[in-house]
Design a protein around this ligand. Structure first.
Ligand code: ADP
Length: 166
């Protein structure tokens, strides 16, 4: 049976932490769908088209190297519904610390209660990227800090452009 993974998140913006989880998830699945969650039509910090383009450009070479298919989509319904609609049998989540674990554990159990046929897989964050959070990247960038250790250059450029237009 082919394994199809669904990696949901806000990716607002995508960081080296997300990319680490994606690279490792690609070794476990035949196809990975990255779902950009947009809740109740909220635009987010970067809009969902920009987030999609950034994820696309940062994951292109990963997919080629591992000859795995990556699909990027937006969703605004329940993660389990989006995962099922995409034909996924696995939901992938990254765990940075105990706080992530408590939240994710409960969510995985509720998702399993709704759709037991979809299994959630947790990947522990790599030590080099486990401290990175999109919310802090936005705060640091807003205060003119250097975010180059947390996000790829194209993402830093998109944020700089957004800040310049404000
Ligand atoms: P949320 O879904 O809470 O909005 P994100 O979109 O930032 O969070 O993250 C999506 C997924 O990626 C979650 O499973 C989250 O734990 C994981 N993640 C975020 N940052 C990192 C990181 N630095 N290392 C590993 N996993 C991460």
């Amino acid at each position: 049976m082919a394994n199809i993974g669904y990696y949901p998140g806000s990716f607002d913006p995508i960081t080296y932490g997300h990319l680490d989880i994606i690279a490792r998830a690609l070794k476990l699945v035949d196809r990975l769908i990255i779902g950009i969650g947009s809740h109740h039509g909220k635009t987010g910090y970067l809009n969902s088209e920009v987030r999609n383009e950034l994820i696309q450009s940062e994951t292109n070479s990963l997919a080629k190297d591992l000859s795995c298919e990556i699909i990027i989509e937006s969703f605004d319904d329940l993660v389990v519904e989006a995962a099922a609609a995409a034909g996924a049998n696995l939901i992938i989540r990254g765990l940075r610390d105990g706080r992530d674990f408590e939240y994710e554990r409960q969510m995985a159990m509720m998702n399993a209660a709704m759709k037991p046929e979809i299994e959630t897989i947790f990947l522990a964050a790599s030590p080099e990227t486990s401290f990175i959070a999109s919310s802090l990247v936005k705060q640091i960038a807003g205060m003119k800090g250097d975010i180059s250790k947390f996000v790829p250059p194209r993402v830093a450029q998109a944020i700089a452009q957004k800040l310049a237009n404000e």
